[in-house]
Design a protein around this ligand. Structure first.
Ligand code: GLV
Length: 321
């Protein structure tokens, strides 16, 4: 009898074809609507493996009912949607898709830096709404990215890829990390500093760390008050790392200049969210890794991880300790 695999979102047939040859594959039939919890629960009670997205909450309560489940293969580098400790207790291997999305997410991080610093969304809106009557010296002026100081919280894979881009922009690089990254210091001239120094000195503060119990509200009112009034906050990691109420206050008061946000505490973010009313917020709908090439590689890697576990082999990217 074939093992059963459930895919929680509609994926292109050609990508899942290799799975269909070997497994009995079930798939939620919508690309833009998440699978309802009751359907997910029912499917996972009989599945041996699941390919999941960051939109699915795989918590302790649900995992306790998944008697056959051997692997959760998340199509993302982040896995805060999964209770990994509960999965481990139930003998379920959890895997993720790092590396393949590093450069694409670093590109988007840089796009947000450039977009906020040079007010690109505002400028396009200004033009489209008929306000462009003349060229004028201080019209829509922003801040320079070239030569500025970049502060990176979390100099991991994506942080390093951002640092590499920053060297081409003549930027001074500061970072904090759980452990010192001497290789990156040598390669990119990055300086290891404490949190306070980074916040005080950086023109761009980039949040690139994982979302864990320790990093909830890592940037809140106290941290924002240390930043320069000309500084810009970029978050392409996870929403809950930055306290949104505190960020809103800081932006309204002019404590910091702008924010580029690809992620929110609750996603999809409510269109009425106060942050979205501010012209100095450049918001994006969690598209960090969204290039055709990278999303294809992420799905392929997730399939490979799942397949390895179901074949009794070590997967390429396990996340359980
Ligand atoms: C996207 O946010 C990911 O974790 O891959």
């Amino acid at each position: 009898m074939k093992q059963k695999v459930y895919i929680t979102r509609k994926l292109p047939e050609e990508l899942i074809a290799p799975l269909c040859e070997q497994y009995e594959v079930g798939m939620w039939d919508e690309a833009d609507v998440p699978v309802p919890r009751d359907v997910l629960e029912k499917e996972l009670q009989r599945a041996d493996g699941v390919i999941s997205l960051l939109t699915e909450t795989l918590d302790r309560e649900l995992l306790a009912r998944c008697e056959n489940l051997k692997v959760i293969s998340n199509v993302a580098v982040g896995y805060n949607n999964i209770d990994v400790a509960a999965a481990t207790e139930h003998g379920i291997v959890v895997t993720n898709t790092p590396d393949v999305l590093t450069e694409t997410t670093a590109d988007l991080t840089f796009a947000l830096m450039l977009g906020t610093a040079r007010r690109l969304e505002e400028a396009a809106h200004y033009l489209r709404t008929g306000n462009w009557q003349t060229w004028s010296p201080f019209q829509l002026v922003g801040q320079d990215v070239y030569g500025a100081t970049l502060g990176i919280f979390g100099l991991g894979r994506i942080g390093e890829a951002v640092a590499r881009r920053a060297t081409a922009f003549g930027m001074e690089i500061l970072y904090t990390n759980r452990t010192r990254n001497v290789k990156a210091e040598q390669k990119y001239g990055a300086n290891f500093v404490d949190k306070e120094t980074l916040l005080k000195k950086a023109d761009f503060v980039c949040v690139l760390m994982p979302y864990t119990a320790e990093t909830v509200d890592f940037i809140a009112a106290d941290e924002l008050s240390l930043m320069k009034t000309t500084a810009i906050l970029i978050n392409t990691a996870r929403g809950g790392i930055v306290n949104e109420a505190a960020l809103f206050e800081a932006l309204v008061r002019g404590d910091i200049l702008a924010a580029g946000l690809d992620v929110f505490e609750r996603e999809p973010v409510d269109v009425q969210h106060p942050l979205l009313t501010l012209p100095n917020v450049f918001p994006l709908p969690h598209i960090g890794s969204a290039s055709e090439q990278t999303r294809t590689k992420m799905v392929q890697l997730a399939i490979q991880n799942l397949h390895s576990v179901l074949q009794g082999e070590q997967p390429k990217h396990p996340v359980n300790k």
